[in-house]
Design a protein around this ligand. Structure first.
Ligand code: FAD
Ligand code: UDP
Length: 386
């Protein structure tokens, strides 16, 4: 009999397993249908001996000291600030759009102040800002929107930016300075020995048993457990009884080249040409020295592993209905990008799991009351108290 069955060994499941085992002395069975731990953050040394991320580039960044300190228990870090170039009009320019992007693109020599004036002159203010198109057009106008955002977004999501929530393109800022970092978070670093090593250390506890290549439905009736933490798709958990939540998938094409460098930046985005959206060269991320280099091309598609919840109002509404079902399912908690249908970064998933753990411990005296409704009510109380 296990105290907890945890489905999914990504960030959400692994943080929960670590906390419950090490702090509550709970016995945990952690399962994953994949042949490895780490979820989408899984990395490994490929046949050439280069550390690569199987499911696309994962760059750690956060403003949360709590999250950073927590992960620091399981890894040392390599400071790393991420920079991306976009291929536009036959040249490579920094993205997020900044002063250098505009000067290079238009062959100008504007100052910060002049760039501010330029953007004000081309921006088309919109109110209210509802969609991803509204966000970009109101910041940089239609021409830059079309060069950098419209086609990339259509490729990535199979949808026009006008059909997607504002939150999607709000992830990418616009700057009038020369700052060309992709993120500006206070903590930006890569696990020194990789994500998988970090997960191994997190899960190295006598109370945690791990079963890989294992489906939830196959152990559900076979194993006895008191509670479930489910970090797979919430709609799958409920047998799609209200309909399917849509997810966007990717096909990853990994290549190794017999040269030290493949491209001039860690990531090159291709908004307008090619079927792929971006190419990542891993050695920039990891700092590894090697005579060869490995890269990954990302081809968006609709079928395949569910990588991205799709931020649209109708999907949020369907998720709300599943969430209501979850709230009335005792002793089962949902967490993570798929379990809560949120376009979350790694640090947000860690923060969410730490919060869920805290709520569970605070309610430990009343395990039968422990539904996600209780967790939500706690969160609402916390928010109104803050
Ligand atoms: P996952 O990592 O998806 O883990 C869920 C696990 O559950 C999976 O391993 C799955 O196999 C397993 N599972 C699901 N259902 C079942 C079942 N029924 N039975 C058994 N096992 C099951 N975030 C960043 O912060 N920075 C980045 O640079 C970044 N880049 C990204 C790039 C790409 C291409 C993608 C797709 C995501 C990126 N992310 C990034 C987001 C990051 O991957 C997620 O925030 C994080 O991995 C989510 O963790 P999770 O535990 O919620 O889910
Ligand atoms: N985006 C774009 N052009 C770019 C970079 C991003 O149109 O060059 C849009 C696109 O819709 C993308 C979203 O901004 O899906 C978020 O970008 P981010 O790099 O955060 O995506 P992720 O790393 O999560 O795939």
């Amino acid at each position: 009999m296990f105290d907890y069955l945890i489905v999914g060994a990504g960030f959400a499941g692994s943080v929960m397993a670590e906390r419950l085992a090490s702090q509550m002395d709970a016995s945990v069975l952690l399962i994953d249908r994949r042949p490895h731990i780490g979820g989408n953050a899984y990395d490994f040394y490929n046949e050439a001996g280069i550390l690569v991320h199987r499911y696309g580039p994962h760059i750690f960044h956060t403003n949360s000291k709590r999250v950073f300190d927590y992960l620091t228990r399981f890894t040392a870090w390599r400071p790393y600030e991420h920079r991306v170039q976009a291929s536009v009009d036959g040249q490579l320019v920094p993205i997020p759009i900044n002063l250098d992007t505009l000067n290079k693109l238009y062959g100008l020599n504007m100052t910060c102040r002049q760039v501010e004036d330029f953007l004000t002159s081309v921006a088309e203010p919109r109110s209210p800002i509802m969609t991803s198109e509204d966000v970009v057009v109101s910041r940089v106008g239609r021409e830059l929107y079309e060069k950098f955002f419209r086609n990339y977004t259509r490729k990535q999501w199979g949808l026009d930016p006008s059909e997607l929530d504002a939150s999607v393109t709000l992830r990418v800022p616009v700057r009038t300075s020369r700052d060309d970092r992709y993120f500006t978070d206070q903590y930006q670093a890569m696990p020194l020995h990789g994500y998988t090593r970090m997960f191994e250390r997190m899960l190295d506890h006598p109370n945690i048993r791990i079963m890989l290549n294992t489906e939830f439905r196959d152990v559900r009736e076979e194993v006895s457990f008191t509670n479930v933490i489910f970090t797979g798709k919430i709609d799958e958990y409920f047998d799609y009884c209200l309909g399917k939540l849509p997810y966007r998938s990717l096909r990853f094409e990994h290549q190794t080249h017999n040269s030290k460098r493949f491209q001039p930046a860690a990531v090159v985005n291709y908004p307008n040409e090619h079927a792929y959206t971006r190419v990542t060269e891993f050695k920039y991320l990891t700092g590894q020295q090697h005579a060869s280099t490995s890269v990954v091309f990302e081809y968006p598609c609709s079928e395949g592993d569910p990588y991205y919840p799709i931020p649209q109002p109708q999907n949020a509404e369907l998720y709300r209905q599943y969430k209501t079902m979850a709230e009335f399912t005792p002793n089962v908690h949902f967490a993570g990008r798929l379990g809560t249908y949120k376009y979350y970064n790694m640090d947000q998933v860690v923060a969410q799991a730490l919060k869920l753990y805290q709520t569970i411990t605070e309610r430990a005296d009343h395990p039968l009351l422990l539904t996600d409704r209780a967790v939500d009510q706690e969160e609402m109380r916390d928010r109104s108290a803050a």
